[in-house]
Design a protein around this ligand. Structure first.
Ligand code: GDP
Ligand code: MG
Length: 597
């Protein structure tokens, strides 16, 4: 145990975490030439393309320092706020963290939020000033910022470059010298923390764990505390780029477990693994069931693909337990699913995976948060509303509550005014303003989560000319004056376009929605009135004018085989369009409310 170090790398997105991890693997000889590929830890294609780490992974390195062999377990953490619970569990599996700060960008919102998570778990922090090779690097100033933030000595900040490999030896030395070795008692009942799991279609779910006390042996009968399920430890081992089966993984070490589990939902990050016969009396704290934050409908473009979509979603759920869905039907779109996601990025990922891995073409409706509606006749019982069109009749309601977040924004002093106006427009209440340096300010707001879902990131980027970083955490439900804004096309309510909006903004947003939809809905042979309504009251109206010339007329009545060919061609290209009544609605229209500015 004395020669094991468990550590993670935390950083704001793009500060170079994955690149530096690659350099550590190179330097310790943990990868062969053939295995060398940029950003080795980001194994999903999607992760690599987007340059983000979606799921955390672990990798074991061997390193000899001053004549002594060490085992260094690097636990990679996802960088995006949607996956912050996984970050917190990965951090809980470590004794230390490399805090990477880009020498040109300095401290950003996720630098701070991740640092807090690490400090809450009593991790030893090793600050790394990365990208010192950049011409735009500002090493002195950024070192000062780090020193201010951590209260450390400037000498403790390691200068490095993931690009050139500079400083990597110093990082490894610091990992060995500064990070405490794990502690724990081998003779105690098994107590291991699940910090990640990966779905493998052939071998079942692979569970990644860190042993806190005791050990886990091949063949052992084990139990997951939170789910209560028991399994046989068919295989345990250590994780390098490949898996190395072992007889036993001991106290302090990190490994993988295979039990033949076929459904990712059985393995919950944060759960404790223990022995089935002599279970620990002390499960590891901090376990939470991850809750979806954002909901949207997913519908097949072709109604006849519904069953296929269901199959695909079920398969996807086997390897992504954070995806939840229930069947729903929409008057406009027919049969589909109401899906819950961890956040907007997660939603995009699911949509993309459905298309890439399952060849589905889907329509995604306006995302919304989960509301709690309370009826006057029972003011204490929350009715969960995951779809705006399920909101009970407003006249029967006592109140509606919506989820709030604490938003943290770091920006330059010059943009404080802009950022504040934006956050206030988004119903934010400022709770704190701190000058980190004379140039850089940290602002915190209490804000409705729904406002983050609606075009917040893009707006923030614009008003700050890109010099703002953002992070958030949920702070519970609050009562808000919300009304449902419905959209009518050709006089018909399109339920999939309804949204819950604060009463003060409803008219403005209804108007903008109509304008946006007018741009997005293709012109047809007839006028299409576009209306926004609150209850029976129309608050706005636009019209998509009829085409002047009937260009599709030549298809009709004419050569029937030509018409069929055209139709087939269209089907092949599977445009993301849905026919609602006699109006064709393109996918973008369902997202229009997100892009009103
Ligand atoms: P992550 O989001 O923290 O994992 O960041 P990445 O490792 O994906 O790096 C983000 C971008 O910065 C990529 O384009 C890298 O090539 C680049 N990058 C990373 N480290 C360095 C470095 O030390 N120097 C320079 N010049 N670029 C770097
Ligand atoms: Mg990365």
């Amino acid at each position: 145990m004395k020669h094991i170090r468990n550590f993670c790398i935390i950083a704001h997105i793009d500060h170079g975490k994955s690149t530096l991890a690659d350099r550590l693997l190179d330097f310790t000889g943990s990868v062969t030439e053939r295995e060398k590929q940029n950003q080795l830890l980001d194994s999903m294609d999607l992760e690599r393309e987007r340059g983000i780490t979606i799921k955390s992974h672990a990798i074991q390195m061997e390193y000899t320092f001053e004549g002594q062999d060490y085992i260094l377990n690097l636990i990679d953490t996802p960088g995006h706020v949607d996956f912050s619970y996984e970050v917190s569990r990965s951090i809980a599996a470590c004794e230390g963290a490399l805090l990477i700060v880009d020498a040109a960008q300095s401290i950003q919102a996720q630098t701070i939020s991740n640092l807090y998570l690490a400090l809450e778990n009593d991790l030893e922090i090793i600050p790394v000033l990365n990208k010192v090779d950049l011409p735009s690097a500002n090493p002195e100033e950024v070192t000062d910022d780090i020193v201010d933030l951590l209260g450390c000595d400037p000498e403790e900040v390691i200068h490095a470059s993931g690009k050139t490999g500079f400083g990597v030896d110093n990082i490894l030395e610091a990992v060995i010298k500064r990070i405490p070795h794990p502690t724990g008692i081998y003779d105690e009942p098994l107590q291991a923390l699940i910090f990640d799991s990966v779905y493998n279609p052939f071998r079942g779910v692979e569970t990644y764990f860190r042993v806190m006390n005791g050990s886990i042996k091949k063949g052992q009968r084990i139990k997951f505390v939170a789910t209560g399920n028991e399994y046989n430890a068919d295989e345990v081992g250590t994780l390098k780029l490949k898996q190395f089966p072992r007889k036993e993984i001991k106290t302090g070490d990190v490994g993988y477990l295979i039990t033949g589990i076929k459904d990712a939902r059985e393995v919950k990050v944060g759960d404790t693994i223990t022995d089935a016969k002599t279970p620990t009396t002390n499960p590891i704290g901090g376990f939470e069931d991850v809750k979806p934050m954002v909901f949207a409908g997913i519908y097949p473009v072709d109604t006849e693909d519904y069953e296929e979509l269901r199959n695909s979603m079920e398969k996807l759920q086997l390897n992504d337990a954070s995806l939840v869905f229930v069947p729903e039907s929409s008057a406009a779109l027919g049969f589909g699913f109401r899906c819950g996601f961890l956040g907007m990025l997660h939603m995009e990922i699911i949509q993309e995976r459905l298309e890439r891995e399952f060849n589905m073409t889907v329509i995604t409706t306006v995302p919304n948060v989960s509301y709690h509606a309370f009826k006057r006749k029972d003011v204490n019982e929350a009715i969960i509303v995951n779809n705006p069109s399920d909101l009970p009749d407003p006249s029967s309601l006592d109140r509606v509550e919506e989820p709030y977040i604490k938003a943290t924004i770091i920006t330059k002093a010059d943009f404080v005014g802009n950022v504040m106006s934006l956050c206030i427009e988004k119903r934010g209440l400022i709770t704190n303003q701190t000058y980190l340096t004379t140039e850089r300010v940290e602002l915190t707001f209490d804000m409705p989560l729904a406002e983050i879902v609606f075009d917040f990131y893009d707006r923030l980027k614009t008003v700050s000319k890109g010099y703002a970083s953002f992070d958030y955490s949920p702070i519970g439900m609050r009562t808000s004056k919300l009304v449902r804004v419905d959209i009518l096309l050709n006089g018909q309510i399109v339920d999939a376009l309804s949204s819950l909006i604060h009463v003060d903004n409803a008219t403005t947003i209804g108007k903008k929605m109509c304008e946006k939809l007018k741009e997005l809905i293709p012109r047809q042979q007839f006028d299409i009135p576009i209306q926004a309504a609150i209850g029976a009251k129309i608050i706005s109206r636009e019209t998509t004018k009829a085409l002047r010339k009937d260009v599709t007329a030549k298809c009709y009545g004419g050569d029937i085989s030509r018409k069929r060919k055209l139709l087939e061609k269209q089907k092949k290209g599977k445009k993301r369009m849905r026919q609602v009544g006699n109006v064709e609605i393109p996918q973008e229209a369902f997202m229009a409310v997100l892009k009103l500015n």
